[in-house]
Design a protein around this ligand. Structure first.
Ligand SMILES: Nc1ncnc2c1ncn2[C@@H]1O[C@H](COP(=O)(O)OP(=O)(O)OP(=O)(O)O)[C@@H](O)[C@H]1O
Ligand SMILES: [Mg+2]
Length: 245
């Protein structure tokens, strides 16, 4: 069996008296495409926030490449190869698309490689990342000029610029048309084929089923199913959670 890239054990998170995550276990081997689904408020983004270091969980451990991430902030985790995109895109509004890529690229990629990148190397990597996301002709535009689908691509490109081993995409397709959804799914599958492990959080089931090699379901902060997508969607508790919505 492949060594796990990410190992989550017993992760629990409360907001005051409210239990947002209740002892979540999750193991993700390198190279996999995992879909993470669950009703609104089931704890998906909270889990991502705990994995990426934006939130601190009260119980449990998160290991990345076998190393405990406790005490590490988001930037340190990004440097180690764990990147995420946000449900609400967060570009630097006053920077061009190319400059938006440059910031995480210089910050994370340089420290991951252990040396400074030269200007031509940076320019080349920016062009590469924008090309991978189909944004090559937008390099000099400002974020406010982008269409919604291009904004989603920029959000993914910013995560990608850090050269992650694991990319967690939190609702990268909300509000997009069917063909745009297909486009984003194809881009994410392309990244996976290029060697990046990808976790996709998504409500659009067509996209989830197209993308996922494995499906994990959260309901009220608890993992209720984890396995082959076709089997997981037939799970009675999963059907109930969705029909009950
Ligand atoms: N910072 C916070 N403070 C208090 N409660 C929070 C906070 N963040 C999330 N919650 C609550 O925790 C629960 C889980 O929220 P979370 O955002 O993780 O859900 P989700 O599964 O990502 O939902 P969605 O599909 O709508 O994005 C919700 O009830 C939410 O209101
Ligand atoms: Mg969410």
């Amino acid at each position: 069996m492949t060594k796990p890239l990410l190992q989550v054990e017993g992760v629990g998170k409360r907001f005051g008296g409210f239990i947002a995550l209740d002892g979540v276990d999750l193991t993700i081997p390198a190279g996999e495409r995992v879909g993470l689904i669950g009703p609104n408020g089931s704890g998906k983004s909270t889990l991502v926030n705990c994995l990426s270091g934006t939130l601190v969980h009260e119980t449990g451990t998160v290991r990345f490449e076998g190393r405990d991430l406790a005490g590490l902030g988001p930037h340190q985790r990004t440097r180690r190869g764990l990147a995420r995109s946000f449900q609400l895109p967060r570009p630097f509004a006053s920077l061009t698309i190319a400059e938006n890529i440059r910031v995480p690229l210089v910050y994370a990629a340089e420290s991951r490689r252990g040396r400074r990148l030269s200007e031509p190397e940076i320019a080349e990597r920016i062009a590469e990342v924008l090309g991978q996301m189909g944004l090559a002709d937008r390099a000099r535009h400002m974020p406010c000029d982008l269409t919604q689908v291009d904004m989603r691509k920029l959000e993914l490109a910013r995560a990608l610029a850090a050269e992650p081993q694991l990319l967690i995409a939190d609702e990268a397709m909300a509000g997009l048309s069917n063909s745009e959804v297909d486009e984003i799914v194809a881009l994410l599958i392309g990244l996976n084929e290029a060697g990046i492990t990808v976790v996709l959080i998504e409500h659009i089931m067509r996209a989830v089923m197209q993308f996922s090699q494995r499906l994990v379901v959260l309901v009220s902060g608890r993992k209720i199913a984890d396995g082959a997508p076709a089997e997981v969607v037939r799970h009675p508790e999963v059907e109930r959670a969705y029909l009950g919505q």
